[in-house]
Design a protein around this ligand. Structure first.
Ligand code: HEC
Length: 305
């Protein structure tokens, strides 16, 4: 208590002499201060991260009829750059992660025709977008091609956070999906974790960072209406979970779980945790309803136990 109180007074004293009055007013917010983990959660599910109950996406079931709430036309659609409405056919719900995929690569990646073949995936590969954080934010603001204009529903600083996330991944400051897993064939479950993980370290990282919320064995929170434990989910959908570990779960108390300074360190933490979660004894399916993976499943590869 005593130490906390004295620190508090030091802080007041510093504030008093540093002073907003003497320092020049910032012209623009510093881009280095942008929270790219929040940008990643906005990329994943902006409406949930922001608690935006005013935006109800156009219903997927009623193809051709815009019938949601909110957005520029008050019908749950967003506009394309040319002004036409983008309907929610196929059920992308205007999430950037749906339009670009969990690897951010659009048609070139996981959601593209060679892999999961999602009908709504966009042509653009966001990791090939040139330019600065501001220029990428401009692109998201106005939309382009089959990517809608997010400027109608997101604030400029939110667009810049998403852009910081994309640009830092593009520029090698954050790991990419391809550093964590390789894309494989649809028969092999689409992906396989990369070699070089230390599952023993992953178990320790799990105990330190995840167990308080997810339980010692990952069964305290079940996902998808009780279908998966954390372990059984990670053994089948690590292409998704890698981004949750990197950025956190939108609209939940779970934030960024990695602490590395470099992309290589962060990649190692993610891979170690995912390899640990491949152990069916340590991280069982528990009461979850969906089947676990069989012996020999290629997604966990040699990490499967
Ligand atoms: C502060 C609590 C907390 C911590 C710490 C935490 N999580 Fe979570 N996590 C949650 C909550 C809450 C959810 C959301 C559950 C939901 O949306 O139904 C979640 C969701 C997830 C999901 C998403 C699953 C899905 O299908 O959407 C994954 C994967 C995940 N956590 C993995 C981890 C891992 C791995 C760690 C440790 C490195 C971790 N979490 C640490 C609370 C936490």
């Amino acid at each position: 208590m005593k130490r906390a109180a004295s620190r508090f007074f030091v802080w007041i004293a510093l504030m008093g002499c540093g002073g907003a009055a003497t320092s020049p007013a910032p012209q623009m917010p510093a881009l280095t201060a942008l929270d790219d983990a929040r940008g990643g959660r906005l990329f994943d599910h902006w409406a949930r991260e922001l608690g935006r109950t005013d935006f109800v996406p156009d219903a997927r079931a009623t193809a051709g009829v815009p019938d949601g709430q909110g957005g520029p036309a008050s019908d749950g659609t967003l506009r394309l750059a040319d002004g036409r409405a983008l309907l929610n056919d196929g059920g992308h719900d205007y999430r950037l992660k749906n339009l670009l995929g969990w690897d951010l690569r659009g048609r070139a990646g996981l959601y593209g025709p060679a892999h999961m073949n999602k009908p709504y995936v966009v042509a653009s590969d966001s990791l090939a977008w040139p330019g600065s954080v501001r220029e990428v934010a401009d692109r998201l603001e106005r939309g382009e091609g089959d990517l809608p204009a997010y400027g109608d529903v997101l604030e400029r600083h939110e667009l810049e956070e998403i852009a910081a996330f994309v640009v830092r991944m593009r520029d090698g400051e954050l790991p990419r999906a391809e550093d964590v897993f390789a894309l494989t064939s649809p028969d092999a479950g689409h992906y396989a974790l990369r070699e070089g993980a230390d599952g023993t370290r992953g178990v320790l990282l799990y105990a330190e960072r995840c167990a308080d919320c997810h339980g010692d064995d990952g069964t305290a929170i079940l996902f998808d209406d009780g279908a998966y434990s954390l372990g059984s989910h990670a053994r089948q959908k690590a292409y998704e979970d890698w981004l949750k570990i990197l950025n956190g779960q939108p609209g939940s108390p779970m934030g960024r779980q990695v602490r590395g300074e470099t992309a290589a360190e962060i990649r190692q933490e993610i891979l170690d945790i995912l390899a640990a979660l491949c152990d069916r004894q340590i991280f069982p399916r528990g009461e979850a309803s969906a089947e676990d993976v069989p012996d020999g499943d290629p997604r966990c590869g040699a990490y499967l136990h």
